[in-house]
Design a protein around this ligand. Structure first.
Ligand SMILES: Cc1cc2nc3c(=O)[nH]c(=O)nc-3n(C[C@H](O)[C@H](O)[C@H](O)COP(=O)(O)O)c2cc1C
Length: 337
């Protein structure tokens, strides 16, 4: 144990399982519609030790859906990385996992946490937490189908009366899972507070495989706190990275020796934003990239003094040059205050 300011955290440099070694202790969480290849690359540049693709439908992938295949593309820079699949049928899930292999992921991750009606309403994502036997069959089938490690990302349970992550975690481990991530909320909570560290800690105590804790990590202090509360070796960061990919650098600095790195100045933030969106343009073309850039730009502007006035321009963004002009204005506004 090491003492980071107020917190006691296990002294391991990174998470390791079945030959996969993270490059640190903070991973970027999978986020559909947000954490695409361009964003993941930027996060890795800022120290994300591991990444996971946006979730991909097992059935879609088996039916050769082009969009599903695009979601699985990894860049050379982002290894180790997991390809995440969702579904409720062991046969399709196993077949989909096999298909993922052509994209060279290091791990196959199974989504058992998504609460969205489109996913959970069709038996996949968090709905699998209500069917632990089926969930176990899926993990076993996927493990049999691929020669790489298989992980599971789950919530603590369906609702406050059904917090069954320990049972599910044990079943996953028994079926061959190599690592787990537990998001400390029930399905019914969706994304509302509070994050429940105790069920994550109970999972950590119940299984031998590594467990990453997830939920409301936004900086080094919150990462260390969740690691202490849960006994987990690592964390996954979702929304805390949006518009702030440097959060991984902040977490690693804090875990190394308690250093609290400040938020970068406006000029650096805008430079990172432009690099991120330029990469998105090169992967998806300007038209699609600029639609997606609207939400990312708003996140990058958050906290820059005076940048709120640029919101309307961001909502109407159409070209990279317009984004560059907005970035200039944001820097001017920050410097003027
Ligand atoms: C926009 C968005 C998309 C998400 N997509 C996925 C996904 O594809 N697969 C998954 O397992 N979790 C997904 N999640 C859940 C996150 O991975 C994470 O568990 C959740 O946001 C809690 O972590 P946080 O408090 O750090 O954001 C998504 C979350 C958000 C906000």
């Amino acid at each position: 144990m090491v003492y980071y300011r107020k917190f006691q955290v296990k002294e391991v440099a990174c998470l390791e399982f079945q030959g996969v070694r993270w490059n640190g202790r903070a991973a970027l969480a999978p986020m559909a519609g947000v954490a695409d290849k361009a964003f993941r690359e930027i996060c890795v540049k800022f120290g994300a030790g591991y990444t996971v693709t946006e979730m991909v439908s097992a059935k879609g992938l088996c039916m050769q859906d082009r969009k599903s295949r695009e979601l699985l593309e990894l860049s050379a820079a982002e290894h180790p990385a997991a390809a995440q699949i969702f579904g409720d049928d062991p046969v399709f899930m196993a077949k989909a996992a096999e298909k993922c292999l052509s994209f060279s992921p290091d791990v196959i991750d199974i989504n058992m946490g998504c609460p969205a009606p489109k996913i959970a309403g069709n038996g996949g994502g968090c709905a699998l937490m209500r069917q632990p036997e089926l969930a176990q069959q899926i993990v076993a089938a996927v493990c049999r189908a691929v020669p790489i490690p298989v992980s599971v990302k789950m919530r603590v349970g369906w609702d406050a009366e059904h917090v069954n992550c320990v049972e599910l975690a044990k079943r996953c481990e028994q079926a061959g899972a190599a690592m787990l991530t537990v998001h400390g909320r029930t399905k019914m909570q969706m994304y509302a507070p509070p994050v429940l560290p105790e069920p994550i800690a109970a999972v950590r105590r119940a299984v031998k495989i590594p467990v990453a804790a997830n939920g409301e990590v936004t900086d080094g202090v919150s990462a260390a706190k969740l690691m202490e509360q849960t006994g987990c070796e690592a964390v996954m960061v979702g929304r805390g990275s949006l518009g702030r990919p440097w959060v991984f650098r902040q977490i690693e600095a804090y875990l190394a020796d308690g250093t609290v790195l400040p938020e970068p100045p406006a000029q650096e933030r805008m430079a990172v934003m432009l690099e991120h969106i330029e990469r998105t343009c090169s992967y998806k073309g300007q038209k699609v990239a600029m639609l997606e850039a609207r939400k990312h730009a708003a996140w990058y502007m958050k906290g820059i003094r005076g940048a709120a006035a640029l919101r309307r321009e961001i909502c109407e963004l159409k070209t990279l040059d317009e984004l560059r002009a907005i970035a200039e204005k944001a820097i001017e506004a920050a410097n003027a205050e």
